[in-house]
Design a protein around this ligand. Sequence first.
Ligand code: BG6
Length: 484
Amino acid sequence: MASRVIPVEDFDLVIFGGTGDLARRKILPGLYRRFCSGQMPETARIIGAARSEHDTAEFRQIVRDAIREFSKKNACDDALIGTFLEQLHYVQVDAKGEDGWDDLRDLMRKDVVKAYYFSVAPSLFGDLAERLQAHGIADEDARIVVEKPFGRDLASAKKLNQDLAKHFDETQIYRIDHYLGKETVQNLMAVRFGNILFEPLWNSQYVDHIQITVAETVGVGGRGEYYDKSGAMRDMVQNHLMQLLCLIAMEPPSRFNPDAVRDEKLKVIRALEPIDHHHIVRGQYDATETEPSYREDAGDPRSRTESFIALRCMISNWRWAGTPFYLRTGKKLKARASEIAVVFKDAPHSIFGEEAGRHANVLSIRLQPNEGMTLKVTIKEPGPGGMRLIDVPLDMSFADALGEEADDIPDAYERLIMDVIRGNQTLFMRGDEVQAAWAWTDPLIESWEARSDVPKHYDAYSSGPEDAAMMLHREGRRWREIKE
Ligand code: BG6
């Protein structure tokens, strides 16, 4: 089954910060893959714009090296890379000054889609937006793409929104949360709203609780200084886990269109209850014999920033009142594994008696790696000896079910950049959504800062601090095992 690739319209995409880490790791290799798939028109142009002194030939060489290092597929086809590179250009531009803007303007074509990717520090967003308008290179249809972190609290997010809104309409602003570009994350919507099977059970009457886990094995070494100012709450929960929570909890939108979906997500965020400190566990990983502790990685022996967090969230609405959503994420955990598990309630009455035990159905959606879905169902244990029940998985790995097509799935950045060119904002965060997420997050952070809360220790490559297990244990529940 070959996937259908529909080429996008002709475009000029300018990447500010075009030689930076994100551009080299994700954006440019992603564009190269879209080029290989035939989705990027041969006339489309990618313009690297940065402060550093390079010419187009040097930029092309940087991109060639980046593709070789970071591209998963087709990376070594020199001829293809060569043809792709011909579509690349470079201009030296000063985001805060006037240098280079005339050159950029001269390079931009009329009558094609224009997209400007701000792969730079958020402090430059306002300057770039202003200069794009001042130099007349952003028409009404131009799009700007901005990355997280979109602020570090409500006040700074509001300020960024205001700075952008002075020069661009909300319909032109694409705020990236790369989790929304992941294939399985979008599949959450397909599973919920494409099947009649689950939706009638998707509420507090039938769901005991939901667990959302995003576990990573990497530590923060290398970016410790940056991370220490952020922590797991700002780095992962306020954005990625919040988006997963929204997609799992939201009401069915009337259409799969940007505002219908984003309106429903916003309602979930606004219905989140404040959390008291008994339902938040923060942690920091310890050193191993060969690897530093979180505090060593952060370069601050007294750091109170969390590399792990677990929370119990409650949503005050008719569908979910009384059903806890347990969220956890952390660095240096025992496996890289992200999953959402919907744990259903026990059957109301067991006709098989006490000895048959309790058997709850669990729908688990594995986001990465080994994307797929498992539904735990209860059956009779085979053989004589009465009615003994066991749980077995109805297991579907997307790789098995979809064959080669699963290998061809574009990664998050590829898909999101193509959506920018297509002008589809469904998988991007709206300004009010980001602000609502911060409005919920801020008091939680303020409260642990006011209490001078010190994160708990946890062993590197474990499941996180013991207190996180206790938090669920107190409520008669258990975390699912973190495994690949
Ligand atoms: C980023 C965070 O947004 O997401 C990182 O800043 C994290 O700390 C990364 O490692 C995880 O993304 P993924 O796609 O590897 O799950």
